[in-house]
Design a protein around this ligand. Structure first.
Ligand SMILES: [Zn+2]
Length: 448
């Protein structure tokens, strides 16, 4: 307490001093505030003192507002201590734990840091970027455990006829459309246009699902929105099942708005997988018991920013998300036909559910792999205490190494979308088996 007492006194003293200076000044000269008195430093000192005062008196003080052009990134200890990780130009950490370190960096350095993470660890994301130091500090501790949910696989009669209609050509056409944008970078106009195209496409495909609605989520700090399609549940609307993938792309150090970044595999393929699931469920007129949300996240490549923003908002609002699945890169058959399930930064019981779905409905085997700290948007949900899972194109070390370059094209992934068909079946089966059909079969097929 001693130390604290003195500090309080000091703070109070400077507060009184300032009040006196202000009072006198104002009285004497009206609006011309700081004639003859260096107010700014005194004001800053007073604010600091007030914050200290508040902290010590236990009064909740609002964290300082985000600094313009500054972000706080967290990087996993495994990467920092990895031989390749030591020379990432991050400067000195401002906070550290056994799990991660936090750095204060200016926003313009994000593309270069992202590229270092991609180059050295072949990760898609690889770190979190937050607007405030307080938010970043949460990454120093392991995330809170997710609430356990009992998942079942018992809707074969509904799932099988629907997934049988999955079409490679539909998936390929979505990949080609998205890869045709010069890039889908989070600060580029083409990045906004691609998000708008996805929104319009999902709205159109979902029109036969009762109550389906679309929301473009704007994020403070950059212009690319995230896309959220909601199909309301009829019996447990407050319980939400999320299927997502990032919609942005990046290439090269500069990243920047001008670089050519087709991102056919990373991650037009994940968005195409989700789009095919929306198409199949829309055609079937699927009505879920639980609410379904399909999400295209903005700004994943520069620190999982869109998904972390949404997950934080859901957590703050007490939203009950019962399951999340992530599709990030589904089209490069680096390890043959299996669907690889991530086993780190995910929920084990949900991942076990995915394994059953792969084996029951996709026609390919399931396998396992790991991808490390903050490697994609599922980590944003896990970080906020929600059960998340992820399905990936191959074992991590045999993944598509053309990503984050202008060579990430459909042609360099075999020229077709055959590998993604099983992922579209998984996404569709996941939606039906996790949200469950409402009523008899929960279907009102589209009238031709
Ligand atoms: Zn990716």
């Amino acid at each position: 307490m001693a130390y604290k007492g003195k500090a309080v006194m000091a703070a109070a003293g400077s507060l009184v001093l300032l009040a006196a200076a202000v009072g006198i000044q104002a009285a004497v000269t009206g609006p011309d505030f700081d004639q003859g008195v260096a107010a700014k430093p005194a004001l800053a000192a007073a604010k600091a003192a007030a914050r200290l005062e508040g902290a010590l008196s236990g009064v909740e003080q609002a964290p300082p507002p985000p600094e313009e052009g500054v972000v706080w990134i967290s990087v996993g200890k495994d990467d920092l201590t990895h031989p390749s990780g030591v020379d990432i130009p991050l400067g000195a950490p401002v906070m550290s734990s056994a799990r991660a370190s936090v750095y204060r960096v200016t926003e313009d350095r994000l593309p270069a840091i992202a590229e270092q993470m991609h180059d050295k660890f072949h990760k898609c994301g690889g770190f979190f970027a937050h607007g405030t130091r307080e938010e970043a500090a949460k990454d120093l501790q392991a995330p809170p455990p997710a609430a356990a949910v009992a998942f079942t696989v018992d809707q074969g009669a509904v799932v099988r006829p629907i997934v049988a209609k999955a079409q490679e050509a539909e998936i390929r056409s979505t990949i080609e459309t998205l890869a045709a944008y010069n890039n889908r970078y989070y600060t580029a106009d083409t990045g906004v246009q691609a998000a708008q195209w996805i929104g319009a496409r999902w709205s159109q495909l979902a029109k036969n699902m009762p109550g389906a609605s679309l929301r473009m989520v704007t994020h403070s700090g950059w212009k690319q929105p995230s896309v959220v399609l909601t199909v309301p549940g009829s019996e447990k609307p407050e319980e939400i099942v999320v299927l997502g993938g990032h919609l942005d792309s990046i290439s090269g150090w500069g990243g920047g708005g001008g670089a050519r970044a087709p991102g056919a595999d990373d991650n037009a393929s994940g968005i195409a997988t989700l789009t095919e699931a929306v198409r199949l469920l829309g055609e079937a007129g699927f009505r879920p018991k639980r609410t379904l949300q399909f999400m295209g996240y903005a700004a994943e490549e520069v620190g999982l920013r869109g998904s972390a923003d949404i997950a934080k908002q859901y957590k703050a609002a007490g939203t009950k998300v019962v399951a999340v699945i992530q599709f990030d890169m589904t089209n490069y058959p680096g390890s043959g036909e299996p669907i690889f399930l991530l086993t780190d930064n995910v929920d084990p019981s949900l991942t076990a559910h995915l394994k059953k779905l792969v084996e029951a409905y996709t026609g390919v085997p399931a396998a396992e792999t790991r991808c490390g700290y903050g490697c994609s948007d599922h980590a944003s949900w896990t970080r906020s205490g929600y059960p998340a899972s992820a399905a990936f194109e191959s074992a991590f070390d045999t993944m598509n190494h053309q990503i984050h370059t202008d060579r990430d094209t459909l042609g360099n992934a075999g020229g077709d979308a055959r590998h993604s068909v099983a992922f579209a079946k998984l996404a569709t089966a996941f939606a039906i088996e996790t949200a469950k059909p409402a009523g008899a079969a929960g279907l009102a097929p589209a009238s031709r």
